[in-house]
Design a protein around this ligand. Structure first.
Ligand code: 5GP
Length: 185
């Protein structure tokens, strides 16, 4: 696999800025849900690093659960339109305060279909926390109650966001130089 240094066009959000913002979001959520039950739902796999860091900054007791939806396959960089649930939640969300934790809202189609599905399960409240938002690409209007950063229409990787399943571990969000990136066969 190609080292990321070969195709990193720029670091868009560095580690320090990411950590500072995630801490603020955790503090805000802790204040908003004081004395209330809270369940964080992480959308696999991109939301994992964000969920882990965010959860550490949430000072109130809370639960977490995971679901996987497929909209972008390996090698594809466009949303397929609607999300298919490939791994469902273990928990019953009925009457619970739920925050959906997502890496990035791009077209918005993934979050829109996940929200639609979760609403049918009658949670007490349902909110969205996204690390990144690419508003220029929006096709479906979705509410983002807690947002890390609004970014330009560039393909990014790192901090959960993958390039053909690699590089999710990087502590920063970087922009891909697609002319220099060579996808593995
Ligand atoms: P949407 O349905 O909002 O178009 O797509 C959301 C999903 O697409 C995200 O959860 C993420 O997996 C993927 N995605 C959207 N933009 C990017 C990007 O710039 N980089 C990467 N690595 N994935 C992206």
């Amino acid at each position: 696999m190609q080292p990321y240094q070969e195709f990193l066009a720029e670091i868009l959000i560095d580690e320090k800025s990411l950590q500072a913002r995630v801490k603020e979001l955790g503090q805000q959520i802790s204040a908003d849900y004081q004395n209330q039950d809270l369940l964080l739902i992480c959308i696999l796999r991109g939301g994992v690093p964000f969920l882990v860091d965010l959860s550490r900054h949430i000072s109130i007791p809370h639960m977490m659960d995971f679901m996987a939806v497929s909209s972008y396959g390996v090698g594809k960089r466009e949303s397929s339109g609607s999300a298919r649930v490939s791994l469902d939640l273990q928990m019953d969300i009925r009457d619970k305060n739920v925050i959906l934790v997502e890496d990035i809202v791009d077209s918005g189609l993934t979050i829109a279909s996940v929200l639609q599905l979760l609403e049918t399960r009658q949670p007490k409240t349902l909110k969205v926390c996204a690390l990144l938002d690419k508003p220029e690409r929006r096709e479906s209007e979705v509410p983002i109650h807690y947002l890390g950063f609004s970014i330009p229409n560039k393909f990014v990787f790192g901090y959960g966001l993958d390039l053909d399943e690699y590089h999710r571990n990087l502590p920063f969000v970087g922009v891909v130089d697609l002319d220099k990136y060579k996808p593995s066969e």
